[in-house]
Design a protein around this ligand. Structure first.
Ligand SMILES: Cc1ncc(COP(=O)(O)O)c(C=O)c1O
Length: 397
């Protein structure tokens, strides 16, 4: 049995532990100064005008959908090759995710297909039908308004934003970046998250920086900043009285312990991103040239990769699930990543999706395998995973 190697692990030092302890020595566990300090750290780092902390990436995405003015039955374009929250946040407002297949190299939404979808949806009729979820096609009801695009920077690699922003500008669509996996990434020299109307980072413990649970919205719109602050705090206006609720809001607040942890992690972000890049480099060196294996593709527009996960593709005749099972037998964890959104039981049932609807996403979903990965992984651990991987690839035939 190999030494126990976790799928992911946060990098925590005495600085993080002390920062959380400092909060616990005060009576202010929520609505204190740490949240604002953490927000400033993320705004300074990304160059965003405004940063608003929330208690998860999912709640951040939900608030962006509200700020974008998405109404029931509206349409928002997103990708089926993502974590389910990217599409769920659209459903929370009773709107309809329009799924568009991805680029086979990056797994990010394909801008040419997005353009085609927008043209078809705007022209209506038969052309529009094919982009709607199967269960909603052929309905007598007129399709809703197309409101926005929600690209995802999958695995820490930015989506191809230039053509998406261009078509969004032409067609007056809002762009919300799901940057939950991509803090620190750069697209043509610009930080992921600063390209659209708003973006969300997430801080679950497997992420590049963590707060336990948590997220951060960034935006360039002052009105959205104020709205996010109200919505996360039960619809109170920022300077309103405690019991005055101006709008329907939520408790999406980040607590002070999490914010203190996040502040220290932000102070260490470069070190953490460098460590992840080094681990990815060790994997790349050791797995290069192996038969039946495809390594991650980093495209030219990605001027800085923010390694969130290390995902390889298993090529036929080797089979991903067999490789995963063989690795597990030697104590090495690995995960299929992503399972396509449209094939999740809830999406199949509600929208009538089936295998075959998004072939590129499905091919990636069938072959992708996330290997153990974190900023504290050692070269020796990578070596052990790679040794087992070589054997598994042969035994999987
Ligand atoms: C692409 C993507 N979107 C959204 C989320 C949701 O973030 P959270 O788990 O913090 O709600 C995640 C988190 O894993 C993610 O990877």
């Amino acid at each position: 049995m190999a030494e126990s190697i976790p799928m992911s692990a946060p990098s925590l030092t005495d600085a993080e532990r002390q920062a959380v302890m400092q909060v616990l020595l005060t009576p202010t566990l929520s609505l204190g100064p740490r949240v604002a300090q953490f927000e400033k750290a993320v705004a300074d780092y990304t160059g965003a005008r405004y940063a608003v902390a929330v208690n998860s990436g999912t709640s951040g995405l939900h608030l962006c959908i509200i700020a974008a003015g998405v109404q029931p039955e509206d349409l928002v374009i997103t990708t089926p090759f993502s974590f389910v929250a990217s599409a769920n946040c659209i459903l929370y407002e009773h709107a309809i995710p329009i799924l568009v297949d991805v680029d086979p190299l990056t797994g990010n939404i394909d801008p040419a297909l997005v353009k085609e979808a927008i043209n078809d949806l705007n022209s209506g009729g038969i052309a529009a039908q094919r982009w709607l979820p199967p269960a909603l096609r052929h309905s007598r009801k007129k399709a809703g308004r197309l409101k926005g695009i929600l690209p995802v920077h999958a695995f820490g690699q930015p989506a191809d934003m230039a053509p998406l922003l261009q078509v969004a500008r032409q067609c007056d669509l809002v762009v919300i970046e799901d940057a939950c996996e991509a803090i620190g990434a750069e697209y043509l020299g610009r930080k992921a998250g600063t390209l659209g109307d708003a973006a969300v980072f997430a801080f679950y413990p497997n992420k590049q920086i963590t707060t336990g649970e948590g997220g951060m919205i960034i935006t360039c719109h002052p009105a959205w900043d104020a709205l996010f602050r109200s919505l996360r705090n039960q619809g109170r206006d920022v300077f309103g009285a405690w019991l005055d609720h101006t709008r329907l809001g939520y408790n999406y607040r980040l607590d002070e312990m999490s914010a203190a942890l996040g502040q220290v992690q932000m102070a260490r972000i470069q070190e953490l991103l460098n460590a992840r890049a080094q681990v990815a480099g060790w994997y790349n060196q050791r797995l290069a040239g192996l038969e039946f294996l495809e390594l991650p593709h980093i495209v030219a527009t990605t001027t800085h990769m923010s390694w969130f996960v290390y995902v390889v593709r298993i090529k036929p005749p080797a089979h991903r699930n067999t490789v995963m099972r063989l690795l597990a037998q030697t104590g090495i964890p690995s995960r299929p990543y992503f399972t396509p959104i449209h094939l999740q039981p809830f999406y199949r049932e509600r929208f009538g999706y089936k295998f075959g609807d998004f072939p590129i996403t499905e091919a990636l979903g069938d072959t992708s395998l996330a290997l153990p990965f974190s900023s504290i992984m050692t070269e020796n651990q990578v070596e052990i995973v790679c040794q087992q991987m070589r054997t598994a690839l042969i035994d999987a035939l």
